[in-house]
Design a protein around this ligand. Structure first.
Ligand SMILES: Cc1cc2nc3c(=O)[nH]c(=O)nc-3n(C[C@H](O)[C@H](O)[C@H](O)COP(=O)(O)OP(=O)(O)OC[C@H]3O[C@@H](n4cnc5c(N)ncnc54)[C@H](O)[C@@H]3O)c2cc1C
Length: 311
């Protein structure tokens, strides 16, 4: 019989971990309080970019593995993944270090010339990164796992040790849930609010971390973000904040003013100073990916599966 592993959490961390465990021939059961589309992983923008993980050098290998995974998986046109042009821009005087470039695959980015800059910007890079349309990719991944025998069970887990008595190993991918499940107060919620505009403009991702402003062209909407609100635990939008986000975006791209606002959402990034990816007896933790859950996902998942098998 195959060794049995329980994964707690059905977000991008839990499902990517289940994917990596399947490659190692484990029998996997996922336990989750909630599933897509009712989880943080559906609230992501979600493009590949090392956001607030730049000081954790482990992140470089995790991010590069994920980049490769997404670039390969986009060959399946139903996966919801594509490669997208990203413009990462900074205004004059912005406290903007270029440490993120250490995470980039060779040849995937370049600094723009002065004559290529948008009005009001002092510096910018062009990069090519995976864009993961969560509304398509999360069901795709769940179907992929189900078709290969992964079981999904809706259940709140309150004791990892107890669960570990009935499995060969348990991988905890409960995101912000680890605040109570592991009594880990070092994981905090960082709320992000975004507007959704009619799709079609722009044709690339735009990112200005200092303003902050970002635009993400999905098929169903252009995401216009956003906020970064530390220690804010209510996943709700605030009308004044949404309006301020829009005004910042209009100042950069006046063309957006003619686009209808078709929705909005808020999500809670599960932020920790360092991702917790370690083994405690037969319990492996894989949580605290903050604003980079997709960027780190498949790299962290491979390492978590390696900890299960003792590599
Ligand atoms: C506005 C916004 C924009 C973002 N943009 C990007 C981006 O562009 N790129 C990027 O890489 N990342 C982005 N992120 C971050 C990304 O969304 C998160 O890092 C990622 O979704 C975290 O995934 P997770 O699986 O760890 O957690 P979640 O998606 O929160 O999943 C946790 C799972 O654990 C379950 N759970 C929790 N507690 C228990 C329990 N006790 N028992 C059973 N189940 C439990 C939940 O029900 C859920 O299934 C963004 C986030 C936000 C909010």
């Amino acid at each position: 019989m195959k060794p049995r592993v329980a994964v707690v959490g059905a977000g991008i961390s839990g499902m990517s971990t289940a994917y990596a465990l399947l490659q190692k021939n484990y029998a996997v059961t996922i336990y989750a309080k909630e599933f897509s589309p009712h989880i943080t992983s559906n609230r992501a923008a979600a493009f590949w970019f090392p956001y607030h993980v730049r000081n954790d050098k482990r992140g470089i290998a995790w991010a590069l593995k994920s980049y490769t995974f997404f670039r390969e998986t986009m060959k399946d046109s139903t996966s919801g993944i594509s490669m997208c042009r990203l413009i990462k821009a900074a205004k004059p005087g912005a406290n903007d270090e270029d440490t993120w470039t250490a995470f980039m695959p060779d040849g995937s980015f370049r600094k723009l010339q002065d004559n290529e800059l948008l009005n009001g910007y002092a510096k910018a890079f062009e990069a090519f990164v995976p864009l993961i349309e969560t509304q398509l990719f999360l069901p795709w991944l769940q179907n992929y796992l189900t078709a290969r025998g992964v079981e999904f069970k809706q259940e709140v887990i309150s004791d990892l040790q107890q669960l570990a008595t009935t499995f060969d190993a348990v991988v905890n991918c409960s995101g912000l849930g680890s605040r109570t499940l592991c009594n880990d107060e070092s994981i905090i919620a960082v709320r992000g609010q975004v507007n959704l505009l009619e799709p079609g403009f722009p044709d690339h991702i735009f990112l200005d971390n200092q303003t902050p402003a970002y635009l993400v062209p999905r098929k169903d909407a252009t995401i216009v973000g956003g906020t970064y609100e530390e220690n804010t635990y209510e996943a709700v939008t605030v009308a004044e904040d949404l309006e301020a986000i829009l005004q910042k975006a209009y100042a950069i791209f006046p063309e957006l003013k003619s686009r209808k606002v078709i929705g909005s959402w808020a999500g809670l990034r599960p932020f920790r100073q360092a991702v917790r990816l370690e083994k405690e007896d037969n319990i492996i933790h894989n949580y605290g990916h903050g604003g980079s859950g997709y960027t780190l996902s498949f790299g962290c998942a491979e390492e978590a599966a390696g900890l299960v098998s003792g590599e």
